[in-house]
Write a protein that binds this ligand. Sequence first.
Ligand code: CYC
Length: 169
Amino acid sequence: MRDAITSLIGTYDVAGRYFDRNAIDSLKTYFETGTSRIQAAAAINTNAAALVKRAGSKLFEDLPELIRPGGNAYTTRRYAACLRDMDYYLRYATYALVAGNMNVLDERVLQGLRETYNSLGVPIGPTVQGIQIMKDIVKAEVAAAGVADTSFVDEPFDYMTRELSEQDI
Ligand SMILES: CCC1=C(C)/C(=C/C2=NC(=C\c3[nH]c(/C=C4\NC(=O)[C@H](C)[C@H]4CC)c(C)c3CCC(=O)O)/C(CCC(=O)O)=C2C)NC1=O
């Protein structure tokens, strides 16, 4: 698992080089945004269960067929599995935000996920829609916690979206 710093060190070490201007700039950005990233994680953590619940309700409101007979989230077991997956996405998104690097998502969340979803008939499109709904809800929460620029919050959610849907082609 890598974060912004170990990933940078890895890159420069492989080339046997000292940090150059680019490396210093990206280190600066990492530290300058540190407080906001931690504030965001804190705002998410204290409300995680409620955020997941709201995102789930909105998803099932937008796509009610998911929870009707024949839908993949129909039956309480599968409904609960769906919300649990949303909770995984949220928790790992906070790790990635704090790390300033998306590697944890590859290693812990996305690896083999598409195959699992395909074999269980879990639809990718609606999953991606759920991830995007959660992104919007989380951004509003982070803004309400006093973080002025919440654009960095997009990254893990968009990353998971991109990886899940691209691989689906
Ligand atoms: C931490 C990394 C991690 C992830 C990401 C993960 C996902 C994951 N989701 C699963 C199932 C599932 N995932 C869903 C999710 C959904 N169905 C829908 O219609 C919605 C679109 C969507 C919710 C947004 C459902 C319903 C199941 C159960 C499917 C079944 O058993 O038939 C399964 C199969 C095993 C199980 O049921 O627990 C895995 C492994 N597990 C992990 O360890």
